[in-house]
Design a protein around this ligand. Structure first.
Ligand code: HEM
Length: 445
């Protein structure tokens, strides 16, 4: 089907509804042409078989760069997201290191500590989870993953990144990213001009940090920036400053707003469904006064709750779009040059055959059944799957456990929220405003 200008705006502003309407009309595989018949066909897949086949297509047969150009102004040309083939592989191997195994679990204490510091609430405090969560997750990513400790640069970077994301998440800004011809610097008052100036300020801070690290030659540091600075490729070449900058900005922006959005959904869903909250508190209380982060991360019901939150609201609605170079066959259909293939996470997660009553929030699904990586894929999959998946799940459990153990909260408004776009994520409408009704077990974690 060809999508009109109005429909294109709907796709940008209310994408979940747009996708659900298309699936209801055309089934689990449909083709959309955004803005006219000359634009490339975009094929959405949501059956497990088609998604599996899509992830299995060798990288050399697909062009990822053309389909992800929308990220270029933010992340930069050298970002892992815009890399392909061997270069993508090389960046991926390096970037995955700090997010796995023992290294990741050493971050547990710091995650809990940052969460406690940010949430110094008293009874009666009113909070917007959509504002508090990015504050927590941004500090975590700056401190834990990039080795930046609080100080002037940390504070400045935190403020600039928040304002940048705040700006780029408004519908006007998001639209500019989708339409490159509108990306014109018409001075500091114009939206694009303002974006460029803010990006420059962020870059200056990041380059200053890179230069200091290169000079200090401190080999005891284990954060990702230090790992990337000391890394050498097969020819013994180090990453350039621009390459380092692009990876750092990509990780910062992909890594904090995403987890913050899921956490905002988590607080809404857990408190909207009283029985879930009660079971969760009961399970958390079994850990006693001083649970360690590892024990928290192993809790079965907490794990199921987090999995179900990511199923019902997979804040990334689609995996990375990929453009066919020559020809590719998926689920018996042939696709030719320039067709864009999109594994649709949102529709896969709302398929009633896989998830009966898909709109119902039921963590028990994950206690009773295991789903394949093509039925359940909040972090995408295959060789382009999210490198922060294990880290953000771990972070999510610890932030939730820290707050739920210390505070009794209630939703300020007892009315359902809608999914709305905020930049690259889908967040609950209304900011999830809550009130602290009582203090629990202070200082327990
Ligand atoms: C709940 C939080 C998160 C969600 C739901 C999420 C989701 C996703 C999805 C769906 C993709 C595309 C995968 C694909 O195409 O198959 C992706 C890619 C990516 N994510 Fe995440 N993400 C989250 C957190 C993070 C964090 C914490 C980081 C790192 C700090 C991160 C870094 C990345 C990177 C670098 C890629 C690109 C990988 C590549 O192109 O090879 N994400 N993420």
């Amino acid at each position: 089907m060809t999508v009109s200008l109005i429909e294109t705006l709907r796709l940008i502003v209310n994408p979940t509804k747009f996708l659900e309407d298309c699936a209801a009309k055309y089934g689990d595989c449909f083709t959309v042409r955004v803005l006219g018949i000359n634009s490339p066909p975009v094929v959405f897949f949501s059956s497990p078989q088609a998604i599996a086949e899509c992830f299995a297509v060798p990288a050399k047969e697909l062009d990822f760069r053309k389909a992800t150009h929308v990220f270029q102004p933010l992340f930069g040309d050298k970002s892992i997201v815009l890399q392909e083939g061997r270069s993508h592989n090389r960046h991926r191997q390096l970037l995955m290191l700090p997010f796995h195994g023992d290294r990741m679990t050493t971050y547990g204490e710091v995650i809990c500590q940052i969460t406690e510091e940010v949430t110094q609430w008293t009874a009666g405090t009113s909070v917007s989870m959509q504002q508090v969560m990015p504050d927590i997750t941004l500090q975590i990513i700056l401190q834990v993953v990039f080795g930046l400790t609080p100080g002037d640069r940390f504070q400045k970077l935190k403020e600039l990144l928040s304002s940048l994301l705040e700006d780029v998440t408004t519908p006007l800004y998001s639209s500019l990213f989708f339409f490159p011809p509108l990306q014109k610097d018409l001075g500091s008052w114009s939206p694009w001009g303002q974006f460029l100036r803010r990006r420059k300020e962020i870059d200056q801070l990041i380059y200053a940090e890179i230069h200091e690290r290169r000079l200090s030659n401190d080999t005891s540091r284990t954060d990702i920036l230090s790992l990337l600075i000391s890394a050498r490729d097969d020819n013994g070449q180090q990453m350039t400053d621009v390459e380092l900058r692009d990876q750092l900005v990509s990780l910062l922006l992909l890594g904090y707003e995403t987890t913050a959005a899921v956490l905002a959904w988590a607080f809404y869903l857990i408190h909207w469904n009283e029985s879930v909250r009660e079971k969760l508190i009961e399970e958390l209380d079994t850990l006693g006064d001083k649970p360690n982060p590892e024990a928290i991360s192993q809790l079965p019901y907490l794990t199921a709750v987090c999995q179900e939150i990511l199923r019902i609201h997979p804040i990334a609605l689609i995996a990375t779009p990929r453009m066919v170079k020559d020809k590719v066959e998926i689920a018996g259909e042939k696709y030719t040059t320039n067709t864009v293939l999109v594994p649709c996470i949102h529709l896969a997660h709302h398929c009633p055959k896989t998830y009966p009553e898909p709109k119902q929030f039921k963590p028990e699904r994950f206690l009773n059944q295991k789903f394949s990586p093509y039925e359940y894929l909040p972090f995408g999959g295959g060789y382009r799957g999210c490198i922060g998946a294990a880290f953000s799940l771990y972070e999510m459990k610890l932030v939730l456990a820290t707050i739920l153990s210390r505070f009794q909260l209630t939703l300020l408004h007892r009315r359902p929220v809608r999914p709305v776009r905020r930049g690259i994520t889908i967040v609950p409408s209304g900011g999830v405003r809550m009130v602290v009704t009582a203090l629990r077990n202070q200082g327990s974690i």
